[in-house]
Each structure stands twice: as structure tokens, then as C-alpha cells.
Design a protein around this ligand. Structure first.
Ligand code: ADP
Length: 267
């Protein structure tokens, strides 16, 4: 347990000590509750497809045993449920790996313009399938940051995937990588022109398993973890994630990262 003394860096009066102690306890309680919620949610998310699988196996062993048509149909559903469990466990693993590295500074030198270009190419076929035009605008010059190249690609991928899945109704998705106004930052933005997100949902989007519409997320093969992963990648890179959204007009997810100095100092 953290003592109130080490928190304040020296001895404190009795009342201060008690105040810090109480705050510390409630913070611990909050974290504990978050952890419990997470485990409960993850278990629930896994149990649902698992229950479906068990049900279909029993049916295949019993009533549907000699019905080839039903067998084909059930096997196809079972495949979908197994895929869903795979997506979820992959996402959980990804999240836990990023969290484990939370306090380790990423050290690669990464060009964000290149990252954006690569992510757009990776998502091109998904955009085509959804009839969405995927546009890219990047600065001519490289945008060098200290980072983890795999995580940064995953970050941009997740944002583009969401823009296509939930904002694709707008017909196009615009990705940009530019130098920020402050000049010492790089900004990657993913904009869609879809239906937008109601303001009450926006602050909660990066919570694990939070979805505006659970059924829609499931139907679109979502896990509810994509933006939680984004949030953790951004935090590990000491960046900032902002969301602007207007109902009926679309959403923009922007990630701002500190540029690493690329120009050699003269003199
Ligand atoms: P999921 O796996 O469900 O996509 P995410 O964490 O990536 O989970 O996103 C959480 C929810 O935020 C989604 O289920 C969706 O309701 C909403 N959302 C995310 N991106 C967008 C977007 N570009 N437009 C509208 N809604 C979005």
C-alpha cells in the first residue's frame, strides 16, 4: 500500500494524511471495480459464442444428425462463432501486450506519413467491399516520431476500419497525416461523412467493450476493444486522441504525436 508520506514527499499533518489515505483507497476501489467489470465483460463476450457452439454441437449429435442440409447450415454458424471468439481473444491479447509495455518508451524512428500510406493500402480492399472511397492526404516531408511501427499501423488501421464500418454510409473516408499547427507535433486524422456519434457517447468510446449499438457492432464483427487499443497505443506514445463528431455529418478521430527532432542542429 502506498503510504501518504511517500505520496507527498515528506511528513504531513494528521488530517492531510487521512485525506490522502481516503483518496488512495477510493482510487484503489475504482481500479479494482474496473478490473472486475473487465473480467466479467470479457467472460460474458466469450461465453455467448461458446454457448452457441455447445448448443449446435448437441443438435448435430442429436436431432440434426441425419439432416445434411441442417448440418451444413449449422456448421456455417459454428464457424462464425469460432471466428468471433478468435477475434475477441486476439484483441484481448493485443490489449494486454500493449498494456504490459505501457511504461516502456518506444524507440523506433517512424515516419507517420509512411504509416498512414501503409495503413490505407492495407484497408483498401475492405473499403472497396463497402463501396467506400478511401482518400489519403500526406505532407511531402517525412513526419518522424519515436514509436512502435506495428502499434502505429494498428492504431491507424483501427480508426480506418471503424470509419468504414460505422461511418461508411457517407461514401468516403479521408485519411491525413500532417504537421500540426504547433509545428512540433504530427497529426493523423481519419474522417468519415457518415451518421456521426451522439455527444453523450463520445466520452465513453474508448472504454473497453463500450459500443453505441451492441447489435450493430456484433453484426460488423466488432469486439468493442478497437478504440480501447487505440487509446493505449496513443498513451504509450505520449500522444493525444481527440474525437469530433456531428450527428448526420460524420466523425473525425485525430491523433497528435510529438515529432522527434529530425533536423541536425547547426553550429
Ligand atoms: P467495435 O469493435 O465495436 O468497433 P470500437 O472500440 O472500435 O469497437 O468502437 C466502439 C464503438 O464506437 C463502436 O461499436 C461504434 O458504435 C462506435 N464508433 C467507432 N467509430 C465510429 C465512427 N467512425 N462512426 C460512428 N460510430 C463509431
Amino acid at each position: 500500500f502506498i503510504s501518504p508520506f511517500s505520496l507527498t514527499g515528506g511528513p504531513v499533518g494528521r488530517h492531510n494524511a487521512i485525506a490522502v489515505f481516503v483518496r488512495d483507497l477510493s482510487e484503489q476501489k475504482r481500479l479494482e471495480r474496473m478490473r472486475e467489470d473487465f473480467v466479467a465483460n470479457a467472460s460474458h463476450e466469450l461465453r455467448t459464442p461458446l454457448a452457441a457452439l455447445t448448443g449446435f454441437i448437441e443438435t448435430l449429435q442429436g436431432p440434426a444428425r441425419d439432416d445434411p442440409k441442417a448440418r451444413e447450415q449449422f456448421l456455417a454458424i459454428m464457424r462464425e462463432q469460432a471466428d468471433r471468439m478468435k477475434r475477441l481473444t486476439d484483441a484481448l491479447l493485443s490489449l494486454s501486450r500493449i498494456e504490459m509495455r505501457a511504461h516502456v518508451r518506444p524507440t523506433e524512428s517512424v515516419d507517420l506519413a509512411e504509416t498512414a500510406r501503409y495503413a490505407v493500402e492495407m484497408m483498401r480492399s475492405m473499403a472497396d467491399e463497402h463501396g467506400v472511397a478511401l482518400e489519403l492526404a500526406i505532407d511531402e516531408e517525412p513526419l518522424m516520431v519515436r514509436g512502435d511501427s506495428d502499434e502505429l499501423v494498428q492504431l491507424v488501421d483501427n480508426l480506418i476500419e471503424n470509419a468504414i464500418k460505422y461511418g461508411g454510409g457517407g461514401g468516403r473516408v479521408h485519411v491525413s497525416a500532417r504537421r500540426g499547427e504547433a509545428d512540433d507535433t504530427a497529426v493523423i486524422a481519419v474522417q468519415d461523412f457518415g451518421r456521426g456519434i451522439a455527444p453523450e457517447h463520445v466520452p465513453r468510446l474508448t472504454e473497453r467493450f463500450y459500443r453505441v449499438d451492441v447489435e450493430e457492432s456484433r453484426a460488423r464483427q466488432g469486439t468493442g476493444l478497437g478504440l480501447a487499443i487505440v487509446k493505449h497505443i496513443v498513451a504509450r506514445h505520449r500522444g493525444r486522441l481527440t474525437v469530433r463528431s456531428e450527428l448526420g455529418a460524420g466523425s473525425t478521430f485525430s491523433v497528435r504525436l510529438p515529432l522527434s527532432s529530425t533536423k541536425a542542429k547547426v553550429g
